[in-house]
Design a protein around this ligand. Structure first.
Ligand code: ADP
Ligand code: ASP
Ligand code: MG
Length: 443
């Protein structure tokens, strides 16, 4: 996943500092209610150092003292998982997947144990539980394990003993007792799965931005925070690269009817509700732009598309877009790396060319993605900006364009401008998002 330099955070849209340690923030209306259970997930930046970890501990204690039963799902601190991955690769170019999972799980375990220690220090009761201890069962696909069942008996027991319960995100356990991990960004999925297993209808995901924006606010300075959007829309944004929520977590939320409240770790403000409602169908509404800084295009000659697809499926890799033309199969496979992909195709007697220097930008528009106006607006905006488009894929829900990686940020900005998204204060919650043709008159 591409790192975004912090220097690009536009002032005013991202809160840089946590609230002061020692200040007990008052829970907002939706958090109030004695005895009510909540599942709150905190991402890597939110617990990036001792002060931020204490600030999270303080927030959890405030909620507990207001009578809530609190389950906090924690990620590894920012950068910790990447560091563990590169450590493993220093020892072996191809670390054994089982052992890699055992190693990666350490990041989340560290966060939870430290948070429990911080909470004890501040005078409240807390217990940290690993994925296996919290009853998060998965299959045995190490590195990208699928959730199979959550049996949260120990979580419930600890809540009933008035403890704050800290559960490691990202981790599960397979049927034979081995530690597994849920794919990058997988703590979001852990939180949604736990919320569902505890019978909740919502889950709060605290992160380093105030909510879901019409584009990544680090890349597009005029991006607007959305008050709410549907699971369907969020799924498309996440799948096209909006990493604020993991795609699988949104899928789980949609399947189990869980609303996700994406909000800032650093304030008590309301964020964005990703909800069960349906988007307004039959209207070409654009809800945002998403990007991937790295989204290679692969070309294979001399084999059929079915053979390519089967070879990838055997390694649990999915094709994004695919074109077959005159003996050539061209395709994308977001979510995997060129090294893994070439290895998967290795057994076939076929040459693979990798266009590694490409990224992608997508406009998400439920039902508008394959309408002529949406496609034309997108392609014209990129052309006006002098950006070469290498591949366009249109579905009813989005238009995705492969462009040079070095142009991805400019392309995201150009699409955001072309669809008037910078003018969408409150966006969907305040009466809908305009179509490409119909820009709003309000700011
Ligand atoms: P966490 O560590 O809390 O899980 P992530 O880094 O996974 O946080 O996700 C938050 C980041 O997602 C933000 O810092 C932001 O740069 C990025 N992002 C990408 N697209 C969007 C979007 N549409 N809205 C908000 N944030 C976005
Ligand atoms: N620590 C894991 C990652 O960096 C999981 C997560 O943060 O959600 O991908
Ligand atoms: Mg994340």
């Amino acid at each position: 996943m591409t790192a975004v330099p912090d220097t690009r955070i536009p002032s005013g849209s991202v809160q840089p500092a946590p609230f002061p340690v020692g200040h007990l923030p008052v829970a907002t209306g939706s958090e109030a209610g004695r005895g009510r259970r909540v599942v709150w997930k905190f991402g890597g930046t939110s617990i990036g150092d001792a002060d931020r970890l204490r600030a999270v501990a303080t927030r959890l204690i405030a909620a507990r003292r207001q009578g809530l039963q609190v389950v906090a799902v924690l990620s590894a601190k920012g950068g910790a998982t990447d560091d563990l991955v590169s450590l493993a690769h220093k020892v072996s170019p191809k670390p054994h997947p089982r052992e890699l999972d055992a190693l990666l799980a350490v990041g989340e375990s560290t966060s939870c144990a430290l948070a429990a220690i911080a909470i004890h220090e501040l005078g409240e009761r807390a217990v940290s539980l690993t994925g296996p201890q919290a009853g998060i069962y998965t299959d045995d696909s190490h590195g990208n394990a699928r959730l199979q069942r959550v049996s949260p008996e120990r979580v419930v027991e600890a809540l009933e003993q008035d403890m704050i319960v800290l559960v490691t995100g990202f981790q599960g356990v397979s049927a034979n007792g081995d530690i597994t991990t849920l794919g990058r960004g997988g703590s979001d999925a852990s939180a949604v799965a736990l919320a569902s297993a505890l019978g909740l209808r919502e889950c709060d995901i605290f992160t380093d931005v105030p909510g879901v924006f019409t584009a990544d606010p680090r890349v597009v300075p005029g991006a607007q925070k959305l008050d709410s959007l549907s699971h369907y829309e969020m799924l498309q944004l996440a799948d096209a690269g909006a990493r604020v929520l993991q795609t699988r977590a949104v899928e789980l939320a949609a399947a189990h009817d869980i609303d996700i409240h994406v909000r800032s770790s650093f304030t008590c403000d309301a964020g964005t509700r990703v909800h069960r409602g349906k988007p307004m169908l039959e209207e070409a509404r654009v809800c945002g732009v998403a990007h991937l800084h790295h989204d290679p295009l692969y070309t294979v000659t001399g084999v059929s598309s079915a053979a390519v697809s089967a070879a990838l499926a055997r390694r649990d890799m999915a094709i994004g877009s695919i074109i077959c033309c005159e003996g050539e199969v061209q395709f994308t496979a977001p979510g995997t790396t060129p090294v893994r992909l070439v290895a998967a195709l290795g057994a076939m007697d076929a040459g693979v060319a990798v266009r590694d220097e490409l990224g992608s930008v997508s406009v998400v528009s439920m039902t508008g993605g394959n309408q002529p106006g949406t496609i034309t607006t997108a392609l014209s905006a990129l052309e006006r900006s002098g950006i070469t488009v290498h591949l366009v894929a249109c579905t009813p829900n989005r238009v995705s364009c492969h462009v040079p990686a070095t142009d991805v940020d400019r392309a995201a900005q150009a699409l955001h401008d072309a669809f008037g998204l910078h003018e969408l204060a409150g966006a969907i919650a305040t009466g809908g998002v305009p179509t490409a043709q119909e820009k709003p008159s309000h700011a």
